[in-house]
Design a protein around this ligand. Structure first.
Ligand SMILES: [Zn+2]
Length: 315
């Protein structure tokens, strides 16, 4: 059993796919994205970008459709990412945004957080959530997402404002500005863009497996307008630049992926059937990416990198 990386960060961006080179409808075609372009071998994150290794990162167009008709959805896509199972095939449909009982059962039975914890490792979802989120979950008014279900199923906590103040959590909007402008806080931490990326790189070194979710991309994909999408993609690019500057390629693996397309076509309010981008950064990327072509390859790749792959350990 070989371990290829000390720490793994799974950076999950909800609803980003590889779309047309059309700046009128696709924020990824319109935005200024030097960091993203570098990771894709000097190309924009578009349909035409092929699988490519730039010596530091591998860019992999990834199939979220999984042979199941219909538009890929969040709960079944996230559950696939976290379990390695073809969840849409198992339940007979793409389903979302929140998990149904069948998806909850699959996610609770086995997921990345659970595997790491059961092997004696450490794992966390590092998003911080405000009190009103926890109240809605605890009262049953709001169902946890598939990845929150995975965290709860592994017996791990969902972070609160306490971790935000302690700077051991990340804000879903990267910088933390939303805690002030949307949630009414006056003294929670706010980071510059590159600083937010560096903060994220620091948090990753606190445990074996770290998951962070940025979900606004799916919201803007549904609602538009294009300008908001462009602003969001440029924000991500700036954060990513800071993250990559602080990243320890020799020891750590960064994985970026998504559950389904959406933001790359703001002319339709629904999800798309496009491939999604998967990017892996660091020396362990080859071990992670071997054979990866659809969303079922993410979890096994991460387990392999952490030395938790069953086939390797039994051989
Ligand atoms: Zn959506």
């Amino acid at each position: 059993m070989t371990r290829h990386a000390a720490h793994v960060l799974l950076l999950f961006l909800d609803g980003i796919g590889l779309g047309d080179d059309d700046p009128a409808i696709n924020p990824f075609a319109a935005a200024r994205t030097p960091a993203l372009d570098t990771l894709a071998g000097g190309r924009r994150w578009l349909r035409a970008a092929p699988r490519h290794d730039n010596g530091r990162a591998v860019f992999i167009p990834t199939d979220p459709r999984l042979g199941v008709p219909g538009r890929p959805q969040s709960a079944s896509g996230q559950a696939t990412i976290l379990t390695g199972l073809n969840v849409p095939a198992a339940i007979g449909e793409h389903y979302g945004p929140r998990p149904n009982p069948a998806i909850r059962t699959l996610v609770r039975a086995d997921n990345l957080f659970l595997r790491v914890i059961q092997s004696g490792g450490s794992a966390a979802l590092i998003n911080g959530y405000p009190p009103r989120f926890h109240e809605a979950i605890n009262s049953g008014k709001r169902l946890p997402s598939a990845y929150q279900e995975a965290v709860l199923g592994a017996g791990l906590p969902i972070f609160t404002e306490v971790e935000m103040y302690a700077e051991t959590a990340m804000s879903s909007d990267w910088t933390g500005e939303g805690w002030r402008s949307e949630l009414g806080y006056t003294d929670t931490p706010v980071y510059g863009r590159a600083e937010a990326g560096a903060h994220l790189a620091r948090l990753v070194r606190q445990r074996d497996f770290t998951f962070f979710s940025h979900w606004m991309t799916d919201v803007v994909g549904h609602r538009g307008p294009l300008e908001r999408g462009v602003a969001l993609v440029e924000l991500f690019d700036d954060v990513l630049a800071g993250l990559l500057d602080a990243w320890d390629d020799a020891h750590d693996l960064l994985v970026i992926t998504s559950d389904h397309g959406n933001l790359e076509d703001v002319s339709v309010r629904q999800h798309t059937r496009n491939d999604v981008p998967t990017v892996a950064v660091g020396a362990a990327r080859h071990s992670f990416a071997a054979g990866l072509r659809d969303l079922t390859g993410i979890a096994p790749g991460i387990l392999r990198v952490l030395g938790l792959d069953e086939r390797e350990s039994s051989g």
